[in-house]
Write a new protein. Structure first.
Length: 134
């Protein structure tokens, strides 16, 4: 089962540049970064491992989060919607949550339209990234 919307770009564009564009595009769609984990820094600090950049970004749109939490408070375990950006060799990879797939297991008619809308927005962000860097 495909659970993420994925794309990749040449590392020559720069990890930080691609990350900033991702953040800007998400912000333009009403999604801010609620959580951030710099996996590269954590692995260095905790395990003294050197690795390429890897970040987990928790994206949140308060009005959409409110709708799904009102429908079912337990849905909070799936929030915020995650995105990852990481470099592997000569590519920077971006993966965004496919909310429709994630929320299919809940099977709630109040949540399904919000999940579809989020997936549509994330698909647009992915396409906008591809237009800019490919």
């Amino acid at each position: 089962m495909k659970f993420a919307l994925t794309t990749s770009f040449p590392a020559s564009h720069g990890f930080a540049t691609i990350e900033q564009e991702l953040r800007d595009l998400m912000q333009a769609q009403g999604f801010g970064v609620l959580t951030e984990v710099d996996v590269q820094a954590v692995m260095k600090k905790k395990l003294d491992l050197d690795q390429e950049p890897y970040k987990i970004l928790g994206f949140c749109n308060p009005s959409k989060a409110h709708k799904v939490l009102e429908a079912n408070p337990d849905v909070g375990i799936f929030l915020p919607c995650s995105g990852v950006i990481y470099q592997k060799d000569d590519q920077v990879h971006v993966a965004l949550t496919d909310a429709q797939v994630m929320f299919e297991m809940i099977d709630d008619e109040q949540i399904a339209p919000v999940a579809a809308e989020v997936t549509e927005i994330f698909t647009k962000v992915k396409a906008d990234l591809e237009a800019k860097f490919n």
